[in-house]
Design a binder for this molecule. Structure first.
Ligand code: AMP
Length: 441
């Protein structure tokens, strides 16, 4: 039997918000964690980002707080980084939309005035990084006596970032009688120690990262400098009509999917290609999928959302035109091939900015994916200025995510970067005027 959110003791407001979010069934961590949290137990969840751990604690907290009350926070969620704090806030907003619960998010890196004003207006759920929480607490802006829930998210990262002292300080200033939840991707000795200080007889729930891909799937990477070259490479690979018999091309966004579809149907004829994404009507989607299943079309272009649960056997190849940002989607994507005793091939194109996610995927699936050389005959185009800027910005964002202290070198760096690239360009030229983009790892 499929698990359902209706199985939990949630009220209508929450169930409706879950339905609006498009969540159909609880993820494994949600299945394991929601009931004990609703029952008032302390809990330690060992789960990575991407498993749905945020909703696993946000939903039961919203359920218990129900509606706005008084001025002082009743739940405190501690996050190591500003990015995570903002994501948590988004999750709360999503699920508390049919309630009047007030959320305030506190993080450093900007003046405290707006945050102080928000606190003064009254708050039910506080999401905060440890340093800023303590600063505002010491300024007298936060009253802790009403706190019923304390959540520590990404506890391992908190320890890595040296927050242990601040955490102990916070534990001293919050009331003793409260429900405590701790989430961590890994269990280091330090995390164990803080869990011991923090949790009382916790229920421990653990979810493993997504199952590793089936052995019947061969995986390859191509490091491709830009979109135009990705299209050239896709076109080249499609020339292999003997092996690539039924192909799904995955794209991150509807726009990329639509553009690719246009290109492919121009090259290979409208009858050979279909595209599915969330903006296509249900009927069009079903027709496309059926035509693909029956083998009437060779290429299906799809976004992740549209491809959820797509059950098509005998897909010979999956090509990831870009790297999924929700890295678990990688396992979903490539799982479309190599099904039911068939062998399959999964090829992923990635550019400089996507290398970050490739590393994460390799960590998730605990495999190193081999990198193939771009074939000689594929024209490697120069990267347009706009695309280069977008990639540099993305890389900056990644660095900031890894290290909140990182100020962002994008603006200073871009000029020198451009120069450096220009200098190395001629080296990539090959005799036929094709520039080759060599293996780099
Ligand atoms: P998290 O691990 O909390 O960062 O969640 C990872 C992603 O999964 C987020 O984009 C969530 O919106 C999404 N998500 C969480 N729970 C579910 C669910 N039950 N069904 C579908 N998506 C979900």
């Amino acid at each position: 039997m499929r698990a359902s959110f209706e199985d939990f003791k949630f009220n209508r407001q929450i169930l409706n918000a879950i339905a609006d979010a498009g969540y159909e069934e609880p993820t494994p961590i949600q299945q394991k964690a929601i009931s004990p949290i609703l029952a008032g137990q302390d809990l330690m969840g060992v789960a990575q980002t991407g498993t749905g751990k945020t909703a696993a604690y946000v939903l039961p907290i919203i359920m218990q707080l129900k509606y706005a009350q008084g001025n002082d926070a009743r739940a405190l969620i501690l996050s190591p980084t500003r990015e995570l704090a903002m994501q948590i806030e988004e999750n709360i907003k999503l699920f508390a939309k049919y309630t009047d619960l007030r959320t305030v998010v506190l993080y450093g890196g900007l003046g405290p005035k707006t945050q102080k004003e928000a606190l003064a207006r009254g708050v039910d759920i506080l999401v905060a990084t440890p340093g800023r929480f303590l600063d505002l607490y010491l300024d007298g802006d936060i009253v802790t006596k009403s706190l019923k829930f304390l959540v520590m998210d990404e506890a391992d990262k908190m320890m890595d970032m040296g927050f242990v002292g601040k955490i102990h300080r916070i534990l001293e200033v919050v009331p003793r009688r409260r429900q405590n939840l701790l989430f961590s991707a890994t269990m280091s000795e330090l995390v164990h120690k803080i869990a011991g200080d923090f949790l009382k007889f916790p229920v421990v729930v653990e979810v493993m990262p997504q199952a590793t891909p089936a052995n019947s799937i061969s995986q390859f990477l191509y490091r491709v400098p830009n979109n135009k070259t990705k299209i050239n490479l896709l076109h080249y690979l499609l020339g292999n009509t003997e092996q690539i018999t039924r192909l799904i091309v995955f794209c991150k966004t509807k726009v990329v999917a639509d553009n690719l579809f246009k290109f492919l149907s121009r090259k290979y004829g409208e009858d050979n290609v279909r595209v599915i994404h969330a903006n296509k009507g249900q009927n069009t989607r079903i027709n496309s999928i059926n035509a693909f299943k029956e083998g009437n079309i060779r290429v299906l272009v799809a976004t992740d959302v549209a491809a959820r649960g797509l059950d098509v056997s005998e897909v010979s190849h999956v090509i990831n035109f870009d790297v999924p940002i929700v890295i678990e989607d990688y396992v979903h994507r490539i799982g479309r091939t190599g099904r039911a005793q068939h062998t399959g091939v999964a090829i992923t194109f990635y550019n400089e900015a996507e290398a970050y996610y490739v590393k994460k995927i390799e960590r998730l699936i605990r495999q190193e994916i081999p990198v193939s050389e771009i074939p000689e005959d594929v024209v490697v185009e120069a990267t347009p200025y706009e695309e280069r800027q977008a990639m540099a910005r993305e890389i900056d964002m990644q660095k900031r995510k890894e290290n909140p202290e990182y100020k962002g070198a994008f603006h200073e760096k871009k000029a020198s970067n451009t120069k450096a690239k220009e200098k190395t360009k001629p080296k990539k030229n090959t005799t036929k005027g094709n520039r080759k983009f060599g293996r780099k790892k």
